[in-house]
Write a protein that binds this ligand. Structure first.
Ligand code: SAM
Length: 293
């Protein structure tokens, strides 16, 4: 086994040797805990034929173990100063393609075609928190075949992604994620596992993509508009959140009728409904609107 880039001693050595200065705007907190690294690797369910896409490789701590366990790794790093460092650190791994780009602007479909990737990809990311959720949702919506995504996020965000009905963390993000994937927190990661230490606690969550969506809504966009409205004002009863939501055009009596048809209490709040119930509710309301149009 090669020396681990992510060990605290090696990381410090690389930083000193290269004189690298962390850029706050890129959320550069490098993982220096080999146990956490191992947990990420296990969670990603990588085999010798797997293709990994790593977003934000930093100095290559995770990239190294991915390359040792997968067939091919595409690593996308925004910070040009890290490219020569990565090239040197990962020189022994010919199965890594290093790309300097802002992942948000990269044409991933094209990149995968260029590399003749035909299997569902494993996405691994330890990213600045503010771009993680948009990246996850964009990837789900892109239609690119995904095996799973293993991502380090702020602890509260991981809890929201994993939460089920009736819990305080349950909301639009839980439903958006769980529409595409089975979500499971695989590790809680304290600040001292990073260099430099971030201001918040983190967690690693694995999102195993469903081969088929767990619910089939007549109109996906409309269903998500209903979900957003339902959680827009958490403390409100669902009927009032829906009828008060701008752009949805749901009269109070139609919302009432729909809940009645579903045998749900008129006092119910959005946080009590499952994804399936939201899909059914959205279908009833959508059919009604089409009928009236
Ligand atoms: N993967 C490394 C690790 O675990 O130690 C580094 C993680 S560090 C939290 C985040 C990395 O993502 C940094 O290397 C940063 O430069 C890179 N990054 C930030 N924004 C990015 C973007 N939009 N596209 C690609 N890389 C990005």
């Amino acid at each position: 086994m090669k020396e681990r880039i992510a060990s605290p001693a090696k990381t410090i050595e690389i930083l000193q040797k290269t004189g690298f200065r962390f850029a706050k705007k890129y959320g550069q907190n490098f993982l220096i805990d080999l146990h956490v690294l191992d947990k990420i690797l296990k969670a990603a369910e990588i085999g010798p034929d797997s293709v990994c896409v790593e977003i934000g490789p930093g100095i290559g701590g995770l990239t190294q173990v991915l390359a040792e366990n997968a067939a091919h790794v595409i690593a996308v790093e925004i910070d040009g100063r890290l490219i020569p460092i990565l090239q040197e650190n990962l020189a022994d791994y010919p199965n890594i393609r290093l790309i300097q780009a802002d992942f948000l602007k990269l044409d991933l479909k094209k990149t995968l075609e260029e590399d003749n990737v035909t299997v569902p990809i494993h996405v691994i990311a330890n990213l600045p928190y503010y771009i993680t959720t948009p990246i996850i949702m964009d990837l789900f919506e892109s239609g690119i075949p995904l095996a799973n995504m293993t991502v380090m996020v702020q602890e509260e965000v991981a809890q929201r992604m994993q939460a089920g009905p009736g819990t305080k963390d349950y909301g639009a993000l839980s439903l958006a994620v769980q529409y595409y994937a089975e979500a499971e927190i695989v590790a809680y990661v304290p600040q001292n596992c990073f260099m430099p230490r971030p201001g918040v606690r983190s967690a690693v969550i694995r999102l195993r993509a469903y081969p088929e969506k767990p619910v089939q809504a007549k109109n996906e966009k409309f269903m998500f508009a209903v979900i957003r409205a339902a959680f827009g004002q958490r403390r409100k009863q669902l009927i009032n959140s829906l009828s008060g939501a701008e752009g949805l055009n749901i009269p109070k009596e139609k919302a009432q009728e729909a809940l009645q048809k579903m045998d749900l209490s008129p006092q119910i709040r959005g946080e009590a409904l499952t994804l399936k119930q939201f899909a059914d509710l959205a279908d009833l309301l959508y059919t009604e609107q089409q009928h009236d149009a």
